[in-house]
Unconditional design. Structure first.
Lengths: 504, 499
């Protein structure tokens, strides 16, 4: 087989099952690819070659002995660095956790290890998942494989770039306000934020507990379905984890790939388009919608009037929860410890010095915002009001889902912008997530699939949102959009990306 | 630094005392409040921890259902309303013994609220204390400050943190302001905590051992000119952890605050430290309203909505509480009120109950525990239950008396042996050869010897004067080293003389 890195996870899994290729070959091919292109892309913070190859060897031996294996066994995967991995460095993109080796695995990592997917390494991200460009990483920028001068989205730019650059067929992301979907949109990949509680949060370094959700980052909708089925399921370690049985995502994706969307009501959210959206992004969105209509879907317009306040509410709830979640990083137990250079070395002063040096500016900005929002006398006006907006947004969704089976919008208002372009303008940066945030506030699932290339030659994303616990609908509609568009393009969108030059 | 104090009687004559108590009880669950780490006294530092107890990145809490059940038991026993739904909140503050730098606690939605408990004072007076709330929370770790003179943080070179206690489930019980206790406020405060301690044990929710810190009390005290004045400014004396100290601390604060007010000063709202050794309090940190814990609902936990049927099941299975039990036992045992009160105050209820269960009559059991054993405990400066003797042994001892195998006097000697660690009563009897001489042979020999030594006595007895019989019995007892049954000796003497 010519280049194993170009295969989808589903295709690679088939080749592994049939014995056509070994997991060691597949894993080594991806490690080689990482060695070749990750210099300029910098999707990875840590590459775990030895561990990955050991897992791959184990899978090959087991297969040789005829042991029954998970369908994805032996297919390599990359994991966002916000996910705790036993024995592998985990920093969440922050200097404050430099050198920390976790003594335990996140539940989703336990599942990945049980299914025996070789873990290639940990991917770059905005520090503690705060950002939309990965420029807030404490360990340097990740570059968009479509144009190395551009951002790969964020916070999960590393996972999206790794998948887009064929460094990994599968990756794990986390999405608090769009950190899986927006990077997917700007890198021409697929990203899914499951229903809140679908995937255990145990072992995800928390940003905002009531919003965080882990999910698949892949090149195809079917691959996302395969990965989602693997990592989902109830976890007694996470009280907010759903007890529902895992849905039939793969079956629904196959149904969508066959073009079966007839009779589905697709609601276009009026408030998530228009001003602030790049013309090409809107054009690709309209074209995708038209394909769905031609395939038999019923297109309706829905209004979600309170989405207007989503961004404001989000930027109160998130910093409030984050200010408390990040309090534990104080130099007392693990990670960075900075002692003040003058004056007494008291616990309080070590905490202050450690946090002062270990956290980046965006993290500090949000801790200050959140601390303020929770302060006595301000709580009702800020955190309290934001929670009310959240309820209103949930009601908007409930009303919209009376009229439509899924809701759709562009994933992000623009294509990838240049590195540095919005770094000094936090508000402009925050606006990237205007279309993705409502789903987090309501806990409903969302997906981004590529919608095509815009006037600047860069990819845009088509977002599908389903009611809570109806993630299966995402896969049916998303796969249909993917199949219809690829038929028109004559192949996956990533085949149109410029070839990365090997760095050696 | 020593405070000016007003004589206690003068203080309570001039001011009305209001107090409130916050009691923390560590629940005796196998595992912690939010994680699977085991908990218990005496383990090596930092061995009872998981990623959750250590607050490691990514770790999440999950509520311990048994702890919730225990909290409901406590709430029901305190006649509280159990909330239909309640939540945890985060109390945010930075301190190294709090691994997440926030404590997960209930804030505005406690699991139990609005109850009361009747507290019985030593003289039998019953005083009702209103309960504001009982809520669940997690304990913090334990700091050890090394290098300072007093073990306090001041002057320490470094500090060690043990997270074994971090995450141990606590229930905090908060009273409403207690008014109307007058000069008996310190006594009521003590009796309240004692009542709770007994209740925790009866409910089997905690070992409730004060000396291990299973039960800890913070005592709020304020004074006001009279009972119709508004509440005065209060101080909160932290970690007063023995019954006696609670009484002393309230008493001390009354005398201290009265002196401040007498001098025209103002009470500072502050936390105060209790010094067990010297019996006084000192100023801690000022507790102003500016202290801001930035409470907000814990987003990692869903609300707790206890099933109503479950609550009723817990209510139906609540064990008999100490006050009801005391009433029942008093009736069963036929003790007079003062007798029962003495037994209660001596902490002998359970000991007597077990002694009776071991076969003793209630009267005999009381006689042992409130007599010989109480004296011994006092001499040794320990509590009754700390004496090296079991109720079963006392029951066995009394059975020997009831069977006539021991006289009271011999029984006391046997008890001495038991307390000295010589084994069960039977073993002591055998080893010391203390059994009553019940064979008439040796007794008759001793009687004949005594009669022969005092020939005039026989004639006197035969003449109807029974007075000298005592002298003969005394001689026989002496000859048998007290092991004779005096009544039997008397019978034999009379037979001998009159035959």
């Amino acid at each position: 087989m010519s280049d194993l890195t170009r295969l989808s996870a589903a295709a690679l899994a088939e080749a592994l099952t049939s014995g056509e290729v070994s997991s060691v070959e597949a894993t080594q091919a991806h490690l080689d690819r990482i060695a070749a292109v990750d210099g300029p892309v910098h999707a990875f913070l840590h590459v775990s070659s030895d561990e990955a190859l050991a897992t791959a060897r184990g899978v090959d031996e087991a297969r040789a002995k005829g042991e029954s294996l998970h369908p994805l066994a032996g297919v390599p995967i990359a994991v966002k660095d916000v996910v705790v991995t036993r024995g592998l460095p985990t920093t969440a993109g922050s200097r404050i956790l430099e050198g920390w080796i976790p003594p335990y695995d996140a539940t989703l990592v336990t599942k990945i290890k049980a299914a025996r997917l070789p873990i290639l390494g940990k991917t770059n991200m905005d520090e503690f998942a705060m950002g939309s460009s990965t420029e807030h990483s404490g360990y340097g920028n990740t570059h968009n494989p479509w144009d190395l001068d551009r951002i790969p989205g964020g916070s999960g730019g590393g996972s999206a770039a790794a998948v887009a650059a064929y460094e990994a067929p599968l990756a794990i992301g986390t999405d608090t306000g769009g950190s899986i979907r927006q990077p997917a949109a700007v890198t021409g990949t697929v990203g899914v934020k499951p229903t809140y509680g679908s995937v255990s949060r145990y072992g995800l370094i928390a940003l905002a507990s009531s919003l965080d959700q882990a999910g698949p980052v892949t090149r195809t909708v079917l691959d996302a379905a395969l990965l989602h089925e693997l990592i989902a399921g109830h976890d007694p370690h996470d009280s907010t984890s759903l007890t529902d049985p895992v849905g039939d995502y793969v079956a629904q994706a196959r149904r969508g790939l066959a073009g079966d969307v007839a009779g589905m009501r697709v609601g276009v959210v009026k408030e998530l388009s228009g001003e602030g959206y790049q013309p090409g992004v809107l054009a690709r969105f309209e074209e995708s919608l038209e394909l769905l209509r031609q395939a038999g879907a019923e297109i309706v317009e829905v209004s979600c009037p309170h989405f207007e306040y989503a961004l404001a509410a989000y930027y109160l709830i998130l910093p409030a929860e984050a200010s408390s979640n990040l309090a534990k990083f104080d130099g007392m137990r693990y990670g960075l410890r900075v002692e003040p250079t003058e004056g007494p070395v008291t616990a309080e002063r070590v905490m202050a010095a450690t946090r002062g040096q270990g956290f980046g500016d965006e993290v500090k900005r949000r801790i200050i915002l959140g601390t303020y929002a929770l302060s006595a006398g301000y709580y009702d006006a800020y955190y309290g009001s934001a929670q009310k907006v959240r309820t209103l947004i949930q009601r908007d969704f409930a009303a919209a889902f009376e009229e439509a089976d899924v809701l759709v919008s562009p994933t992000a208002p623009t294509t990838a912008f240049k590195l540095g372009e919005k770094l000094d303008d936090p508000l402009a940066m925050y606006l990237n997530d205007v279309a993705t945030i409502p789903a987090n506030l309501a806990g409903v699932p969302g997906m981004s699939v590529p919608s095509g290339l815009c006037e600047d030659g860069l990819p845009a994303g088509f977002q599908v949102i389903a009611p809570a616990r109806q993630d299966a609908r995402l896969y049916r509609v998303g796969a249909a959009v993917e199949a219809l568009l690829e038929a028109r393009w004559g192949g996956p969108i990533l085949t149109k990306a410029p070839e990365l030059e090997a760095s050696k | 630094m020593s405070d000016t104090l007003v004589d206690y009687d003068d203080a309570v004559a001039r001011y009305d005392t209001v107090f409130g108590i916050e009691v923390h009880v560590e629940l005796g669950t196998r595992t912690k409040m939010f994680d699977a780490a085991e908990q218990g006294f005496g383990a090596d530092p930092n061995t009872q921890v998981t990623p959750v107890s250590l607050g490691l990145p990514g770790a999440l809490p999950a509520v311990n259902g048994t702890a919730v059940e225990y909290a409901i038991r406590i709430g029901l026993a305190l006649n509280c309303t159990i909330a239909e739904s309640c939540r945890f909140a985060r109390k945010n503050y930075f301190y190294p013994d709090v691994p997440k730098n926030f404590q997960t606690s209930q804030y505005d939605e406690p699991i139990a609220h609005d109850g009361w408990v009747d507290v019985e004072l030593e003289d039998g007076t019953v005083f009702r204390v209103d309960i504001e709330r009982a809520h669940m929370e997690e304990d913090a770790g334990k700091n050890t400050h090394v290098g300072g003179a007093t073990g306090r943080i001041h002057g320490a070179i470094y500090s060690l943190v043990d997270y074994n206690r971090a995450g141990v489930p606590l229930v905090e019980i908060v009273t409403r302001p207690v008014t109307g206790a007058g000069e008996r406020a310190p006594e009521v405060a003590r009796a309240y905590v004692q009542t709770l301690r007994d209740m925790f044990r009866a409910l089997e929710v905690s070992e409730a051992r004060m000396e291990r810190g299973n039960v800890r009390a913070d005592v709020n005290v304020s004074l006001r000119p009279s009972s119709d004045s508004p509440l005065g400014t209060r101080t909160e004396t932290k970690n007063v952890n023995s019954f006696r100290s609670i009484e002393r601390a309230v008493r001390y604060e009354i005398s201290r605050q009265a002196a401040v007010l007498d001098a025209g000063g103002q009470i500072v709202q502050e936390t105060r430290h209790w010094h067990e050794d010297t019996g006084h309090t000192t100023s801690g940190r000022i507790k102003s309203d500016a202290e801001d814990y930035r409470y907000f609902p814990e987003p990692d936990l869903v609300p707790i909505v206890p099933d109503r049927a479950w609550i009723e099941e817990i209510r139906a299975n609540l064990p008999e509480l100490p006050a009801a039990r005391r009433r029942r036992l008093q009736a069963d045992w036929g003790y007079a009120d003062p007798e029962m009160r003495d037994v209660v105050n001596a902490g002998a209820v359970e000991l007597i109950e077990l002694t009776v269960a071991a076969g003793s009559s209630p009267a005999a059991a009381r006689k042992w525990w409130m007599g010989e054993l109480a004296r011994t405990a006092k001499e040794r400066g320990v509590e009754l239950e700390e004496l090296p003797v079991t109720p079963q042994q006392i029951g066995a001892l009394q059975a020997l008396v009831d069977d006539g195998r021991l006289t009271d006097k011999l029984a006391r000697q046997v008890l001495e042996g038991v307390l000295a660690g010589e084994g069960d009563p039977e073993a002591v009897v055998a080893a010391r050869g203390l059994e009553v001489v019940s064979d008439d042979g040796p007794l008759l020999a001793a009687i004949d010897q005594a009669l022969a030594a005092q020939p005039d006595v026989v004639a006197k007895i035969q003449g109807g004067n029974l007075g000298p019989v005592g002298a003969i019995i005394g001689a026989v007892m002496k000859a048998t080293r007290g092991q004779a049954d005096a009544a039997r000796v008397r019978e034999l003497v009379l037979e001998r003389v009159q035959s």
